[in-house]
Design a protein around this ligand. Structure first.
Ligand code: HEM
Length: 217
């Protein structure tokens, strides 16, 4: 997988999205928004409900856990708007502010996520799966920031596509888990999902970027 492609790339001009791309964006945005909103129930005083196997752990480490959930929810909900055609060219200030919020969400989400990874349900397999996800989440976003600070828009967008593919793990985890848990003992399903939630997303992003080295607007 080519994570360090630094070949010079030319930018294409802005192009309108075809209807199918709008439909995919809308579905992804609605799913991301729904998970972000739903996750906020962990902010209710006393954390009255949630993942039963881990609720005691979440309560005991509430500060770190809530830092993770709030940061993750911000990144998940705001990320899709950065991809909207024309937003960056017509409202560059809005794109930059939304980007700063996305970045802050990821910093908070990563710190909390790394802390929670070593306490996650399922032992070393999930500790490593979630831990590597957190490191990759932070690294891809940091690369995107580095590219834009150097004025390299094309690589900024390529790294942001990878970054959001990883943010979207919060959605894909919840799509995979019911089926896996129906077929396997819950602990095995959860161990598997700590990897399946994000590795296919990253592979899909790489395939997309291979066919579209300069992602269109
Ligand atoms: C992409 C990097 C992410 C990492 C590394 C990560 C890591 C973790 C870890 C380790 C846990 C604890 C699991 C356990 O105790 O077994 C967790 C739970 C949770 N995370 Fe994340 N997470 C990420 C993204 C997100 C995002 C973007 C959200 C958006 C809201 C989110 C929301 C939650 C919620 C709500 C839980 C509680 C478990 C549940 O109700 O399903 N996470 N995460």
């Amino acid at each position: 997988m080519d994570m360090t492609n630094t070949a010079p790339l030319r930018r294409t001009g802005p192009t309108a999205w075809p209807r199918r791309q709008w439909a995919s964006w809308l579905v992804a945005t609605l799913l991301a928004g729904a998970i972000a909103l739903f996750s906020l129930h962990y902010l209710r005083p006393g954390m009255p409900s949630g993942f039963p196997e881990q609720l005691a752990t979440f309560r005991e480490h509430a500060l770190w856990f809530r830092l993770h959930v709030v940061g993750g929810a911000i990144a998940l909900a705001l990320g899709p708007f950065q991809f909207l055609p024309g937003l960056r060219t017509k409202r560059p200030g809005l794109h930059r502010w939304n980007g700063r919020l996305y970045l802050s969400g990821i910093v908070a989400g990563t710190v909390g996520g790394l802390y929670m990874a070593q306490l996650s349900f399922g032992g070393n397999v999930t500790h490593l799966g979630f831990g590597l996800l957190a490191v990759s989440w932070f690294a891809t976003t940091a690369m995107a920031l580095r590219a834009i600070l150097a004025g390299d828009v094309v690589h900024h967008r390529r790294w942001m596509i990878r970054s959001y593919a990883l943010t979207f793990a919060a959605v894909t985890l919840r799509l995979w888990l019911p089926g896996l848990a129906a077929a396997l003992p819950f602990e095995t399903a959860y161990q598997l999902v700590s990897w399946l939630a994000w590795t296919p997303n990253l592979i899909a992003a790489e395939i997309y970027l291979r066919y579209r080295p300069t992602p269109p607007n």
